[in-house]
Design a protein around this ligand. Structure first.
Ligand code: DX5
Ligand code: ZN
Length: 218
């Protein structure tokens, strides 16, 4: 499984320190939660914060844009260290064009869906999408309760991927911790975001190692 700890729950006054800890524990990505106060009722941080980390960590960025008009801001998040840029389907007027725009920078293109949005909205785009991010909380805040009823989307997307030979990575975000990680992986999730469960741990490095021990059992 791939682990992408969300720095939204990190101590911003010691951000690099927190990142070194997840790096040491074997994290695969840094999940960068960007919120604009419009698409979601909260404001987080933007590209300058992310860019200040350039070259200071080996971990690539997994950018999650919870913003309106993402097409206006994609370029700001393009760096040599950006692996994925994910936009919300609900925020895109022309999803195909935004996916093409992200890919034009040589970056993998992701699409996220909120809990109320079915996977069927992605029909017609599956062969263009590099990552699908299933929200298992309403986007906007870290530390919320995991919505177990979202796991059917991972099951659906995983079956579709096998049947059709699609390449997208299945990621989940919101409320994931050591009590639900096995069920999440068993549902077909390949990449896991964890914010508070990682950064609020007493020993962040050890917590990352604990997460990374888990594998799908089915
Ligand atoms: C929520 C964000 C998440 C959040 C996850 O809108 O997209 O990435 O930081 O935090 P936890 O793991 O605490 O739910
Ligand atoms: Zn996120």
């Amino acid at each position: 499984m791939l682990l992408s700890p969300s720095i939204l729950s990190a101590d911003f006054s010691a951000l690099l320190d927190g990142i070194k800890k997840i790096e040491e524990g074997g994290a695969d990505y840094i999940h960068v939660d960007v919120m604009d106060g419009h698409f979601v009722p909260n404001i987080s941080f933007g590209a300058p914060v992310m860019k200040s980390l350039n070259g200071k960590t080996k971990l690539p960025y997994d950018v999650h844009l919870m913003i309106e008009h993402p097409e206006k801001y994609i370029k700001d998040f393009v760096t040599d260290y950006t692996a994925f840029i994910t936009v919300h389907q609900e925020a895109c007027e022309d999803l195909g064009a935004i996916l093409d725009l992200i890919k034009s920078y040589g970056i993998k293109a992701g699409v996220s869906i909120k809990p109320g949005t079915p996977t069927s909205v992605l029909e017609g785009y599956f062969d263009k999408i590099d990552l699908i991010l299933i929200m298992s909380v309403e986007p906007g805040f870290g530390g919320q309760k995991f919505m177990e009823d979202q796991l059917y989307k991972a099951v659906e997307l995983s079956a579709l991927k096998k049947e059709m030979g699609y390449d997208y990575v299945i990621e989940i975000d919101g409320g994931i911790d050591l009590t639900n990680i096995d069920r999440v992986l068993d549902a077909g999730v390949e990449m896991v975001v964890a914010g508070s469960a990682v950064f609020k741990a007493e020993d962040v490095t050890e917590r990352v190692q604990e997460f990374k021990k888990h594998r799908a059992r089915l």
